[in-house]
Design a protein around this ligand. Structure first.
Ligand SMILES: O=C(O)[C@H]1O[C@H](OP(=O)(O)OP(=O)(O)OC[C@H]2O[C@@H](n3ccc(=O)[nH]c3=O)[C@H](O)[C@@H]2O)[C@H](O)[C@@H](O)[C@@H]1O
Length: 387
């Protein structure tokens, strides 16, 4: 064998060995990740056997402590409201059918003496004793509410009747979570509460838009006829941690796409606008409204408005990476401009949003980064998703 051919054999051997070593290391790393994941699961299981540590809640005497029902309390917004009201020291009862809500969102309170979780669909009547009701139950993301439009209408009509009936029976104050969607594709800008809206009653969004409009109508009919204490919050686009990975709304879609280096999907030309509020601002607004004496609808939203194109760039800049912004088909009846006029909230609730978009988005990006890591670990250890 010549010297050159001997060297090339050695080179091949060297590369083969280092390739095999890398593959071996990669496999060991993957196995270690799975083992860490399984150990974490075991630790969680063992921890569940020892008495749980809860965040410290304020002590309220029986005159100040309220029994508060939150329908949809295991959902994205509901669970943040649960946290705040629990920390304030109230008795909190969550009712959820877990269609879009998750036990995981409220697991931090399960077992606490002030907390109760009821698996129940509010389309059926509910008989409990409470002082206040935050009625949040309904899917809110367009792909979710359009998936079963009849159920969405039932939840917002029958469900609302049941909750108004409960409030009447026990003389509770009830807050209805309405939406900016009652303004439809608005021909007035920004939208104030006196605007009656521009809704297509037979379009794909109608199940939600009209469902919420009927919910408002029912609320004021009950208030007038039964002399009840009612509050109506018209909630504008809201984002933050605990949004579902499959939520389908723009904030979670764009962040997850940017984090994974996928194309950022702008629907249509991207000139449509939205104004985004961080979830803690919404929670403060809802509590201020409930505690006020104001009975007419109030917009709760952040008036800082962006086009969806601008929003895609903002998220891309925060996340970094190489995602491209790609334009895909527009969605039917997509509202073209949306921005709340919050004069009423400022005047009657002394409320306005505090969290700037960049701060709120950073917290949301951090949340989705963790969620994605967990999802990948679960998936790699159990690709069929069997439990
Ligand atoms: O986020 C919310 O709180 C609101 O979200 C929805 O209303 P919408 O404004 O249509 O919410 P998104 O689905 O997040 O869409 C916002 C805009 O982004 C666009 N979009 C969405 C998702 C996506 O991947 N790409 C994209 O360009 C949509 O076409 C739309 O113009 C709900 O219908 C409201 O009830 C709810 O208050």
């Amino acid at each position: 064998m010549t010297l050159t051919s001997q060297t090339s054999v050695e080179n091949r051997k060297f590369y083969k060995n280092s390739y095999e070593n890398t593959q071996l290391l990669k496999k060991e790393l993957d196995d270690a990740s799975v083992r860490v994941f399984e150990l974490e699961r075991k630790i969680r299981m063992l921890e569940s056997r020892v008495p749980k540590k809860y965040a410290e809640v304020t002590f309220l005497n029986y005159l100040k402590k309220k029994r508060i029902l939150i329908t949809g309390g295991a959902g994205f917004v509901g669970s943040h409201l649960v946290d705040t009201l629990m920390l304030q020291g109230h008795d909190v009862i969550v009712v959820d059918n877990f269609f879009t809500g998750r036990k995981r969102n409220v697991e931090q309170w399960i077992g606490h003496e002030n907390f109760e979780l009821i698996h129940h669909d509010i389309v059926n009547p509910l008989f409990i004793e409470v002082d206040q009701i935050y009625h949040l139950a309904s899917p809110a993301s367009p792909p979710h509410y359009m998936q079963n439009p009849v159920k969405t209408i039932k939840t917002n009509t029958l469900g609302t009747i049941n909750m108004l009936g409960l409030a009447r029976r026990v003389n509770a104050t009830i807050l209805i979570a309405s939406t900016s969607e009652v303004y439809g594709n608005p021909d007035k800008h920004p939208q104030s509460e006196s605007y009656w809206g521009h809704v297509n009653p037979i379009g794909p969004r109608a199940c939600y838009d009209e469902g919420k409009r009927v919910a408002e109508t029912l609320t004021y009919a009950y208030a007038k006829q039964e002399h009840m204490q009612v509050r109506v919050a018209r909630i504008f686009n809201t984002y933050g941690p605990r949004m579902h990975m499959n939520d389908g709304r723009v904030v979670s879609n764009f962040i997850l796409q940017a984090l994974q280096g996928h194309g950022i999907t702008v629907y249509g030309a991207g000139n449509q606008t939205r104004s985004f509020q961080y979830v803690s601002d919404l929670v403060d607004g809802l509590i201020s409204l409930m505690e006020s004496n104001y009975t007419l609808p109030v917009n709760i939203g952040n008036p800082v408005e962006h086009t969806i194109n601008e929003f895609a760039t903002i998220i891309k800049d925060i996340v970094g990476g190489n995602s491209e912004i790609k334009h895909v088909a527009e969605v039917e009846d997509d509202p073209q401009r949306r921005k709340p006029d919050i004069t009423r909230a400022k005047l009657y609730l002394k409320w306005e949003p505090k969290i700037p978009l960049d701060i709120g988005l950073q917290k949301t990006v951090d949340y989705f980064t963790k969620e994605l890591k967990l999802f990948k670990l679960v998936y790699s250890s159990n690709p069929l998703g069997n439990s």
